[in-house]
Write a protein that binds this ligand. Structure first.
Ligand SMILES: C[S@@+](CC[C@H](N)C(=O)[O-])C[C@H]1O[C@@H](n2cnc3c(N)ncnc32)[C@H](O)[C@@H]1O
Length: 351
């Protein structure tokens, strides 16, 4: 018999999590060619579908580069191949693009994806090389009519926890663009001195708490606790900045995490050194009248690019260059949050 005094059973409120209800949905995002509607829906909501990268400022780049059938181009940063494909389409089946990337895993996927879409080796040569070797490729092919560099990392790299680029998910503190070469960020931290780390955080990311963070990180390592995961590094940052007033804490910690991870990424990939080398070799790689567009994502990169183009123009190597940066439209920034920090600079090689 039922007890009449028993409180009636209350239905638990269903928790509507943000993750897709079925893995099937995420797997659809990983096959963009097959599930175009799902992908369009994710993009329309302002997100980047898993395993994909949304190319930035495509229209502005094409408008500037003025690509014509029969020309030869160079894409320094293949990534997902979105810009490469847009530039290949401008060639209308005549001409060739050489593209570089240092990421063996993503380059292989992009090569297959583009070949499946009709852009095979007759039109596109993918070199698993650093873009600072542009001079070697330019020498082989006789120079380029147009060059694009879309610096930094792709969404596929950021979103893969195994790569260690994001402080938002747990993973090994790696941060290498090519995991088959060099040393990881964790290994770099193993032996770094407090002063060198403070300098790295300041030089690479203008980190205002560089001294405090360098002390906290190197103290932890000296105690025998390796900082070898993204979570461990994030926790040290959170503890170090715990003194901040409650109202600023969350936002400052987020920005400090972004700057710290960026500084380490720049260091392990020698990003300023290779960009400097690329900018030095650029005039020699462009044909007379050739055009170059460069997308940068932080002030260190932009300053370096701006200075090189300005000095090149002063020396008569470039006939024109972008004194003011070109920014993505408000609409593009709203649709793709990763476009917000983008700055485009360009130059035209003298005749
Ligand atoms: C922002 S993504 C490029 C996205 C691409 N434009 C697209 O539309 O899909 C940058 C890419 O450049 C590569 N990269 C970064 N530095 C490089 C370097 N020094 N040499 C060659 N590739 C590099 C990264 O591995 C990454 O795949």
């Amino acid at each position: 018999m039922e007890n009449e005094n028993q409180t009636p059973h209350k239905r638990r409120v269903h928790y509507k999590g943000k993750y897709p209800k079925k893995f099937e949905e995420k797997y659809k995002e990983l096959q963009p060619e097959k599930y175009k509607d799902t992908i369009a829906h994710v993009i329309q909501k302002g997100n980047t579908p898993a395993g994909m990268h949304i190319s930035i400022m495509v229209k502005e780049i094409l408008d500037f580069l003025q690509i014509k059938p029969g020309q030869t181009g160079f894409d320094a940063t293949l990534g997902y191949g979105g810009h490469t494909k847009a530039m290949l389409e401008q060639l209308q089946g005549q001409g060739h693009i050489h593209a570089t990337d240092v990421d063996p895993a993503e380059s292989a996927k992009t090569k297959k994806r583009l070949a499946d879409q009709g852009f095979g080796e007759d039109m596109l040569t993918i070199h698993l090389q650093n873009f600072c070797t542009i001079d070697e490729i330019a020498k082989e092919v006789g120079g380029f009519d147009f060059i694009l560099a879309d610096l930094g990392v792709s969404s596929m790299q950021i979103d893969n926890p195994e790569r260690g680029f994001s402080f938002k998910v747990d993973g090994p503190l790696d941060l290498r663009l090519n995991q088959e070469a060099g040393i990881s960020a964790a290994e770099r931290l193993d032996t770094i001195s407090r002063d060198e780390l403070a300098g790295m955080l300041y030089e690479n990311s203008d980190e205002p708490y560089c001294e405090e963070l360098a002390k906290a990180i190197t103290d932890e390592i000296r105690k025998g606790h390796r900082v070898d995961t993204t979570t461990k590094l994030r926790r040290i940052i959170e503890d170090t900045l715990d003194f901040l007033p409650e109202k600023d804490k969350k936002e400052t910690i987020k920005k400090t995490c972004q700057r710290t991870f960026q500084a380490l990424r720049i260091d392990v990939n020698r990003e300023f050194e290779v960009l400097y080398e690329f900018m030095e070799k650029l005039p020699g790689a462009l044909k007379p009248g050739g055009r170059v567009a460069i997308l940068t994502f932080h002030s260190g990169e932009d300053k370096l690019v701006k200075r090189a183009l300005k000095e090149g123009c002063r020396a008569g190597i470039y006939s024109e260059y972008a004194k003011d940066v070109v920014r993505p439209s408000a609409q593009e920034c709203a649709q793709n949050g990763r476009a917000r920090s983008t700055k485009m600079r360009w130059a035209v090689r003298s005749q």
